[in-house]
Design a protein around this ligand. Structure first.
Ligand code: PLP
Length: 440
């Protein structure tokens, strides 16, 4: 009987070792890490250069409290991160994960508003569905009832606008009118709330677990930026999952050339080697807050030399091996393979994504977008079948009303075409097996 408890209902095998895109359990079974854990292990497992860099740092020091020492690795990682960030965002604040990164952006936004004499701005609008983390602040802006509902009375309910799921609403995602339509909903909500009370809008440039790699329709991101600017609302990009090259650009929002005011970063940034995250902020925001007395925030383990040394080595791998470019190329190749499966399996209703943030969605009827019956538990059943066939994928069932089950297929960015064939082959077999379980 284990003393550990997590959310998973069924116990999984014990992990023995991992290398590249593969993982092995203690019985010797091999799995393809087709979801990079939770879209974390972007450079693959057990990268020798990263392990060597970590060992070298461990021989020097593993912890130096950030208020007692500057460290070379944190200074250098901040410099490299700022160089990758959009122009004007050169201030970096390290944390140990995605929720911490999101919390940091919220608190920085709030303190900045105070320096601008805007104490009445406190509302953070987000999207439904969305996922921004499991701490209470991040949950308040998360649009995913199974995780938020038990804590409702503990949080101030923050306003939500619909995520732009054009495919569900029967709208053309390539039509700029579609992007405008969904962005208009944000403007309407800001006006309804009272613009003088709205602090920020937070958005994942490409949706992650909550929407299953939802790519915004043409014009959406640009319109959102313009609306935020018009009403003095700070724009926060949650790049926790999209950052670090996964979508084929270092930051997901680069696809649309939009510059936010604050960015939350984690997951692929540390690549699964250490808990690592960051807030990247506009220079003048940080300067105003620092001049007014400083950022009232900070985590004990933030910016520790070991985490930052690992982060630097991960960045080196991304850059030296053009893993961002490989994510774009292999993402296109993976999408082709998933579209091939879509032709053969009518229950695949949609294939979408950017780079290697790729997903497919199961539906009972492609034309009406009707969901599979809830009792089928497709989101967990197909994951289990694939797991038994040696492929790890990630799934959610989130849509209210018109609801489907989506599956993220997001291997490490080092994946090659042969390995994609292997992934597609296992998915093929798993889907065929799942079909036999659906009552006629
Ligand atoms: N934001 C997004 C977009 C995420 O996908 C996640 C995690 O899945 C988080 C925030 C929270 O990150 P963490 O689990 O590292 O706290």
């Amino acid at each position: 009987m284990s003393n550990l408890f997590y959310q998973t209902k069924s116990a999984r095998p014990v992990l023995d070792r991992a290398e590249g895109i593969y993982m092995w359990d203690t019985s010797g079974n091999r799995y393809i890490d087709g979801s990079s854990g939770a879209m974390v292990s972007n450079i693959g497992h057990s990268n020798p250069a990263v392990l060597a860099a970590m060992r070298a740092q461990m021989d020097k020091s593993t912890f130096g409290y950030r208020l007692h020492f500057q460290t070379e690795s944190s200074e250098e990682l901040a410099r490299r991160t700022a160089a990758l960030a959009p122009e004007g965002l050169n201030k970096v604040f390290f944390v140990s994960g995605g929720s911490e990164a999101v919390e940091s952006t919220l608190k920085m936004a709030r303190q900045y508003a105070l320096t601008q004499g805007q104490a009445q701005r406190y509302k953070v609008i987000s999207r439904m569905p969305s996922y921004h983390g499991c701490t209470l602040g991040a949950l308040a802006i998360t649009g995913y009832a199974p995780m938020t509902a038990p804590f409702d009375p503990m949080m101030r309910a923050m306003p939500k606008v619909p995520a732009p799921r054009a495919y569900l609403d029967g709208l053309d995602p390539d039509d700029p009118e579609t992007g405008r339509h969904y962005a208009d909903m944000l403007e309407a909500r800001i006006l309804e709330e009272g613009p003088e009370t709205v602090l920020a809008f937070i958005v994942e440039p490409v949706g992650g677990a909550s929407t299953g790699a939802l790519v915004p329709p043409e014009g959406y991101m640009r319109n959102v930026r313009d609306i935020c600017t018009r009403y003095g609302v700070l724009l926060i990009h949650d790049e926790v999952m999209t950052g670090g090259g996964r979508t084929g650009r270092f930051f997901g929002a680069e696809h649309w050339g939009v510059t936010p005011d604050l960015i939350a970063l984690s997951k692929g940034f540390g690549g699964g080697y250490v808990p690592l995250g960051a807030m990247v902020a506009r220079d003048d925001i940080v300067e105003a807050v620092m001049q007014a007395g400083g950022f009232v925030h900070g985590f004990t383990y933030a910016g520790n030399p070991l985490a930052c040394a690992a982060g630097l080595a991960v960045l080196d791998q991304i850059e030296q091996h053009d893993l961002t470019g490989n994510a774009a190329r292999m993402g296109a190749a993976l999408t082709d393979r998933l579209r091939g499966l879509m032709q053969r399996y009518p229950l695949i209703g949609d294939v979408r994504g950017k780079g290697l943030l790729t997903a497919f969605e199961l539906m009972a009827d492609r034309a009406t977008r009707a969901p599979l019956p809830k009792e089928l538990n497709a989101h967990s059943r197909l994951v289990d079948i694939a797991y038994d066939n040696g492929l790890i994928i990630y799934s959610r069932r989130t849509r209210g009303g018109l609801s489907g089950d989506h599956f993220l297929v997001c291997p490490p960015l080092i994946v090659d075409e042969t390995q994609l064939d292997e992934i597609a082959g296992i998915l093929d077999r798993s889907l065929a097996q799942f079909m036999t379980e659906i009552p006629a």
